[in-house]
Design a protein around this ligand. Structure first.
Ligand SMILES: Cc1cc2nc3c(=O)[nH]c(=O)nc-3n(C[C@H](O)[C@H](O)[C@H](O)COP(=O)(O)OP(=O)(O)OC[C@H]3O[C@@H](n4cnc5c(N)ncnc54)[C@H](O)[C@@H]3O)c2cc1C
Length: 454
């Protein structure tokens, strides 16, 4: 249950500015370099936030001007419009965001405006945790050990007594940003509720059963994880709030495992910070010459949840229908795409980027590289998930598959993860697009090719 009383405050930048008349600014930056402008699900979330959370939008929206990197963008324009003396924000760590914010800081400071940025979205700055030799970590366990040995995480602030807002600033109309998908409106089935209140509810619902997290977290047929990733990504809750809420409860195996997952989030962010081309370039250089297959047909079957492999199709349909996918299933679908189908991990990463409501550059890239075996601390390439065995182990009664693949609902538990073995396989469900044994053998051959010296 959510505790009564004021919530710990999640916004250090806002906290620092409270006391003066505030202009809260949301800048839609569509000029992101590379292919990393907000994906479709992220745009849906940005559009849905104020209405869906049932709250008055207190922030002013502005479309980023065409040259924010040179000109200082809207933050500078609005600072001038309102005569602001100071500008504060919570730091972002994506390479393009660092470049943008550094440039804006320079412009504002040059105009005599005080600028301060804060650590709001991470537990530690990505440059804080280093090996004894002073290098960024590439392996998770020593990173986590070092993180646990650091001073206890700062507590979140208490909410300021009062905040008053400068109400004389012109905002763009959210509707004019055309963020919602059309043709098709594939987000119409999303049952995701964004917002701060929902984030706190999710946290405290989860804390009531955190003790069983270690086992339940791998079961897509159960509600065993926190569902906090989109809230975290969008800053609707801070990791400091989560950390201290967990630490305030009895400590057990479940709680420690969960804190470790927050550690993975930090690990991924610092990998991206120190390797800005993480989304495009394998950390293991050998994989640059991996003989990837090109097959639009197979990629499309994977995206649409029509591979004929039930656990994979259930995951891909969960993603399309809800904007989210269970972590165990993310690993299974990624493994099938990369290994059995031999398709480049970047194609999968791009699809996730477009369709996940928690799409996050660091976590997405680091995890795709991890599954592909080319990332930091990655699972070795030759360890190839068998999706049938994974389904039988983690969705033993097939409840998850039945929920998202209704064509298979009538099959027995014995056949649900391998419908092709049923006496009468459902006529409206495809046969597997790949023979799992052959796909595996082909993947191992391809891997041998990059292991041979040139
Ligand atoms: C191929 C692939 C792509 C992924 N892409 C993303 C992504 O774009 N954005 C994203 O937030 N997560 C991503 N993940 C990690 C993970 O799947 C999600 O964070 C998790 O499923 C979110 O659900 P939850 O909040 O219920 O997780 P919980 O199990 O409740 O975990 C709590 C929090 O820990 C963090 N976390 C958990 N697992 C991981 C992990 N493996 N890596 C990094 N952080 C983790 C998340 O912030 C999560 O909210 C990806 C994983 C894979 C295998």
């Amino acid at each position: 249950m959510v505790p009564s009383g004021p919530a710990p405050f999640r916004q250090p930048a806002l906290h620092a500015a409270a006391g003066q008349p505030l202009v809260c600014l949301y800048v839609l930056d569509d000029e992101t370099p590379g292919d990393w402008a907000m994906g479709g699900a992220s745009r849906w979330l940005a559009a849905s936030q104020p209405d869906r959370a049932g709250r008055k939008a207190e922030s002013q929206g502005r479309h980023a001007d065409p040259a924010p990197r040179q000109g200082g963008g809207n933050r500078a324009a609005i600072a001038e419009e309102t005569g602001a003396e100071s500008v504060t924000w919570n730091r972002c760590y994506e390479p393009f965001a660092v470049a943008r914010d550094t440039a804006i800081k320079k412009v504002l400071t040059g105009s005599g405006i005080t600028v301060e940025s804060f650590k709001g979205t991470m537990l530690h700055e990505p440059w804080e945790i280093r090996t004894k030799g002073g290098h960024p970590f590439r392996v998770f366990t020593p990173f986590w050990n070092a993180m646990r040995q650091m001073a206890e995480i700062e507590k979140p602030h208490q909410a300021p007594h009062r905040m008053h807002f400068h109400d004389d600033v012109q905002s763009d109309r959210l509707a004019d940003w055309h963020l919602l998908p059309a043709k098709p409106d594939w987000a119409k089935g999303f049952d995701w509720t964004p917002g701060e209140e929902q984030a706190r509810t999710a946290l405290y619902d989860f804390l009531d059963h955190i003790a069983g997290y270690k086992q339940a977290r791998d079961r897509p047929d159960q509600d065993g994880t926190s569902w906090l990733s989109p809230h975290l990504h969008w800053g609707e809750i801070s990791p400091r709030q989560i950390w201290h809420a967990v630490r305030a409860r009895p400590q057990n195996e479940g709680a420690e495992t969960f804190l470790k997952e927050l550690g993975w989030r930090e690990f991924c962010a610092q990998l991206l910070y120190h390797n800005p081309d993480l989304p495009t370039r394998p950390l293991d250089e050998r994989f640059r010459k991996f003989p990837w297959r090109r097959s639009e047909k197979d990629l499309c079957a994977w995206q649409r949840g029509m591979t004929g492999i039930p656990i994979v199709d259930a995951g891909m349909r969960q993603l399309w229908q809800t904007g989210w996918m269970h972590n165990r299933v993310r690993m299974i679908v990624a493994s099938l795409l990369i290994k059995h189908l031999g398709i480049h991990w970047r194609r999968g990463q791009e699809w996730f980027w477009d369709t996940l409501v928690d799409a996050d550059l660091g976590s997405n890239a680091a995890n795709w590289q991890w599954v592909a075996g080319c990332g930091a601390d990655a699972a070795p390439f030759f360890r190839i998930f068998n999706p049938v065995l994974q389904g039988e182990k983690f969705d033993p009664k097939g409840d998850y598959v039945r929920r998202f693949v209704p064509e298979l609902a009538g099959l027995s538990d014995r056949h649900i993860h391998k419908p092709w073995t049923a006496p009468t396989p459902p006529a409206d469900y495809p046969a597997p697009i790949v023979d799992l044994g052959e796909g595996r053998a082909r993947a191992l051959d391809a891997f041998q090719a990059i292991k041979r010296p040139a």
